[in-house]
Ligand binder design. Structure first.
Ligand code: HAM
Length: 403
């Protein structure tokens, strides 16, 4: 038997209901915040991810589904959504148009990670990207939007916040950090030694406990921000306070992608095990320029849908639509044409097999129908149909033409 690839799951039945409910809820909220749908290809040039997510990241270094296609192009299944949206933004010359451009997207992402609970090789994200706003209110908007989505779905969270500084203050901080880490270089892990060369601030989120102990006394990002970054970070906290969004400052939060500057945030859940990050994002003011566009400030986030599925509380299913069945074979054709007519406006379940009244009722119950119609010899003879309302138990008989 051929099975699905490791870390690549089917989404069906109840999970699918949660999945679509999540997309509907997140779409509704993103649209309320003024975001528009964008769809970018699953496959892009490998260079796009190398230049945006960064050569030093685990994603580019170890996890890409990269291959040479039949036209000898070096391509890659997207490991995340931001790079493709930035590419599309530049390609459509929206960077030259000026103004604010806000997009949301959802779909499959691919990372060749070691699969475990909450960590898949094909997973789905819902993400948003906003271009053209350098105001910290936009950063706050991102965080409020994730919070609104999670609250609407009944999901509890902890929000972790940090500022990574800008091109003015980041290099000075980086030098200080490198000096600190070099002093204990003998004792740090191999990954951190590599990070010292490629992207030193990534040492801060090393998962190795012995490294973390060594870095306890390291200089902190938030204590080394320039005046403008510091003001923005303080303002962001004030906006969140004023809007009842609780957060923790995590001075080691650096995110696993290289394009961030200034605000970085992660939403975590304590109810889903070790892969606890349910959403992450931040500001990436330099990426558009870095990908050859006109310098444009930008900020965004993405949520991991699979990690949210088990946390989503579905609203109680309400009875809706019609169930139509026949008592005898002669009635089935009529059942099909009535269903065809009614499906223009309503959900209709039909049963192709004849059954007695009681068994039809059981089926209607199973599909949670609100209206119940059975075609028997009387109905065919008189061209009438009786509609039973299964919620308020009322009943009416009408001419078939009126149905
Ligand atoms: P990210 O933190 O790499 O950020 O991914 C966002 C979310 O995707 C994570 O918080 C997690 O819920 C989910 N996720 C990541 N990897 C996996 C996996 N292997 N299996 C299941 N779920 C996973 C980004 O991707 C950025 N593009 C977010 C962003 C948008 N920043 C600015 N704009």
């Amino acid at each position: 038997m051929i099975k699905s690839l490791r870390g690549m799951n089917d989404i069906l039945s109840e999970d699918y209901e949660r999945y679509t409910y999540f997309i509907q809820t997140a779409t509704f909220i993103a649209q309320n915040y003024g975001f528009h749908f964008i769809e970018t290809p699953l496959l892009e040039e490998t260079a796009l991810f190398k230049r945006s997510v960064g050569e030093s990241s685990d994603i580019v270094g170890k996890e890409m589904y990269q291959f040479i296609d039949k036209g000898e192009n070096d391509v890659c299944l997207r490991p995340e959504g931001t790079a493709g949206v930035v590419r599309a933004f530049i390609q459509k010359k929206l960077d030259r148009a000026g103004g604010t451009h806000r997009f949301f997207y959802h779909g499959a992402m691919f990372r060749y990670e070691r699969p475990q609970k909450g960590r898949l090789r094909q997973f789905h994200q819902f993400g948003v990207e906003s271009f053209g706003q350098d105001s910290v209110y936009e950063d706050a908007n991102m965080i409020m939007m994730v919070s609104d989505i999670l609250k609407k779905l009944g999901i509890g969270y902890r929000l972790q916040l940090n500022s990574l500084g800008c091109k003015e203050c980041m290099p000075t901080y980086r030098d200080k950090l490198v000096k600190f880490v070099k002093e204990c270089e003998e004792s740090i892990c191999e990954d951190c030694v590599r990070r010292l060369d490629t992207n030193p601030i990534r040492v801060l989120d090393c998962k190795n406990d012995s490294c973390q102990v060594l870095y306890e006394g390291a200089p902190k990002l938030v204590s080394n921000l320039c005046e403008s970054c510091d003001e923005d970070f303080t303002k962001l906290q004030e906006i969140l306070d004023a809007n009842d969004i609780t957060y923790e400052i995590d001075t080691n939060l650096v995110r696993g992608l290289d394009y961030y500057s200034k605000t970085a945030f992660e939403f975590v859940s304590d109810d889903i095990g070790s892969q606890s990050a349910i959403a992450g994002g931040g500001r990436y003011d330099r990426l558009v320029e870095f990908l050859d566009g006109k310098a444009t400030p930008a900020v965004g986030f993405a949520m991991g849908i699979e990690r949210l599925l088990e946390l989503i509380k579905l609203p109680e299913a309400k009875q809706e639509g019609y169930y139509i069945g026949a008592m005898d074979d002669e009635g089935i054709d009529l059942v099909i044409s009535l269903a065809h007519k009614k499906r223009k406006t309503d959900k209709v379940s039909v049963e192709y097999k004849t059954k007695n009244f009681k068994n039809h009722m059981k089926m209607a119950d199973k599909v949670n129908a609100k209206y119940f119609c059975i075609i028997g010899s009387n109905e065919i003879e008189n061209s009438t149909i009786t509609i039973k309302n299964l919620v308020d138990k009322s009943e009416k008989t009408i001419h078939i033409e009126e149905f």
